[in-house]
Design a protein around this ligand. Structure first.
Ligand code: URA
Ligand code: SF4
Length: 233
């Protein structure tokens, strides 16, 4: 008779959705080519993403802003989408939001040079207002179209921990019903990665109504990033 051993209690844990159904890097996407030929690497993914037409946003942005950082980073940070400066520079988080991010990481003791930084959506979505290009929030269709690139980055980098910066990143990783306001600064499991910590987007700190509010928002942001730093030790 087979020894069935002691019955294990079911492991109850909350797993938040987000994974693209049936899509992983190297697989053929319905109606589309595989993301890359052969074994995915960051340079191959970056090159392939440069020609991405998975959603209409490629027409509006200057270029695909792919993630950058260490190939084997222990922490992978996910923003929303490139902003005006990132769109022009072709690099994530190099504008005002990037400076707040750097400030937060620094205060929490996380070295950005040791991290990998990317966005949930890799083209800048904007509308004209006079001569300015005003940021528009990506919608669910655009987030879903772009998610395989993030999945591929996660598969190559294999970070110990993923940080979702703001609602767009959090919902891409953790599903549409995830609320940063309710579940920030705690480790949650995503279908895309076992350890995700969500926090606010650095731009929200810049939008604080006055200096006191800004200081408080930055402190809360740093507190969330310290949770991440604590997990890395
Ligand atoms: N905001 C983001 O979410 N990502 C960037 O790269 C820049 C600003
Ligand atoms: Fe491709 Fe993402 Fe750009 Fe859409 S936003 S075209 S999915 S890289």
């Amino acid at each position: 008779m087979p020894d069935v051993g002691r019955a294990q209690p079911p492991r109850v844990r909350e797993v938040h959705g987000g994974k693209s159904e049936g899509v992983s890097q190297g697989e053929v996407l319905p109606g589309a080519a595989p993301l890359v030929e052969g074994r995915p690497s960051l340079p191959r993914l970056r090159e392939a993403a440069a020609g991405c037409r998975r959603c209409h946003l490629w027409e509006r942005g200057t270029q695909t802003v792919f993630g950058e950082g260490r190939a084997r980073a222990s922490v992978l940070l996910v923003g929303e989408q490139p902003g005006n400066e990132e769109d022009l520079a072709g690099r994530p988080f190099v504008g005002p939001a990037g400076r707040v991010l750097d400030e937060g990481l620094d205060a929490a003791g996380i070295d950005r040079a040791q991290a990998y930084v990317t966005n949930a959506v890799k083209h800048f979505k904007w509308e004209p207002r006079g001569k300015r290009r005003i940021h528009q929030k990506p919608n669910w269709t655009e987030m879903t179209a772009c998610r395989p690139w993030l999945e591929a980055e996660l598969a190559v980098v294999k970070p110990e921990i993923v940080v979702a910066l703001g609602a767009t990143a959090a919902q891409t990783l953790l599903g549409r019903s995830f609320r940063v306001t309710k579940q920030r600064g705690v480790v949650v499991e995503s279908e895309l990665h076992p350890r995700v910590v969500a926090t606010v987007h650095p731009s929200s700190i810049l939008r604080a109504p006055d200096a006191d509010a800004r200081r408080a928002a930055l402190e809360d942001f740093v507190a969330d990033l310290r949770v991440v730093a604590g997990l890395l030790r």
